[in-house]
Design a binder for this molecule. Structure first.
Ligand SMILES: [Zn+2]
Length: 323
């Protein structure tokens, strides 16, 4: 993160830079399980400011005394709020297991600080007195305001060309799950095109990492598809889907490496996965040749909550049909 200049402060949660006028403004934060009062909900975050090292119990990581707005990191993040500057959010492997990478740090895009307050920590000081913390609420910025990577830009350009348009397409070229209050417009984006956009855009860095980890081997049936060039073909499937109404996140714990058939089986609820990773096929599914259990490799922390969401969603749909 330092080398990529996404974050400027080694071993600190809050990164800031100096403006031409000499003000320090926050530009990035790391979520790495540093404070018990932090909350991560993917598209919004409750973040605890910084304390000097001596104010933290080295064993438990709990605070020994209240935080201060005059701490340079907290003051910098407060100034970002006042000036409406976006903040880069980086998640580390010790953050919330619903969203965190397995053993590294991952840049997750731009957020804006929506609220700032002095709050009371859930945990008092060792002598029982309450501890005040500097608290920030952040909200993920909509997709159209996220800075695009080169690959995303290239895909958008190619699709615009295919569509006979020049340059900038509208919002359709981006992740559709991010724009609140906006429906996927079927008229503006005929089905074939929207499917194409979704599939292409879904091959994000997180999807690529999971596909590489399994070498293209399907986690549900064990199939490894290769063409004459020897390259495996697989798809990254989101257990809790990205689009509305599900709004699942595009993170490794929510992604499976699947063959195209199993991808469809997952997406239409022909199979679900049980708590012990057993694969449950619908009784009318014939000839699928599935593994008894979902194959999960070391380095992939599939999260039970997404598996449960998917299973319960399709169980509900099945029982609605029976009624
Ligand atoms: Zn498969």
């Amino acid at each position: 993160m330092l080398n990529a200049q996404l974050h400027r402060a080694n071993q600190n949660g809050i990164s800031w830079l100096q403006t031409k006028e000499g003000h320090k403004v926050g530009d990035a934060i790391v979520l790495h399980g540093g404070y018990a009062d932090d909350e991560d909900h993917w598209d919004w975050i409750r973040y605890t400011g910084a304390s000097p090292k001596k104010d933290k119990d080295p064993k438990t990581g709990r605070l020994l005394r209240s935080q201060s707005w005059s701490h340079v990191d907290n003051a910098a993040l407060l100034l970002s709020y006042e000036q409406g500057l976006p903040i880069r959010v980086i998640r580390g492997y010790e953050g919330d297991s619903l969203y965190s990478p397995h053993d590294s740090y991952r840049y997750d895009g731009l957020y804006e600080i929506t609220e700032v307050r002095t709050a009371t920590s859930k945990y008092p000081a060792p002598d029982g007195s309450p501890i005040k913390i500097c608290q920030f609420d952040l909200k993920r910025m909509p997709a159209r305001e996220q800075v695009q990577t080169q690959v995303e830009r290239h895909i958008i350009d190619v699709l615009a060309e295919l569509d006979g348009k020049q340059g900038e397409p509208d919002d359709g070229g981006q992740e559709d799950e991010e724009a609140p209050g906006e429906q996927w417009d079927e008229e503006k984006f005929p089905r074939s095109r929207s499917m194409q956009v979704r599939r292409l855009i879904r091959d994000t860095a997180a999807v690529k990492r999971i596909k590489n980890l399994y070498g293209g081997e399907c986690q549900l049936c064990g199939l490894r598809l290769t063409g004459p060039d020897g390259k495996p073909y697989s798809e990254g499937a989101h257990i809790r889907p990205l689009g509305k109404p599900h709004r699942g996140p595009d993170v490794e714990p929510n992604i499976l490496c699947l063959c195209p058939n199993c991808h469809v089986r997952l997406d239409i609820g022909a199979i679900t996965v049980d708590e012990d990773w057993s694969i449950i096929a619908r009784p009318d599914l014939v000839g699928a040749g599935l593994l008894p259990k979902l194959n999960v490799r070391h380095g992939h922390r599939v999260h039970q909550e997404y598996i449960r969401y998917h299973r319960e969603y399709w169980e509900r749909r099945a029982s609605d049909r029976r009624l």
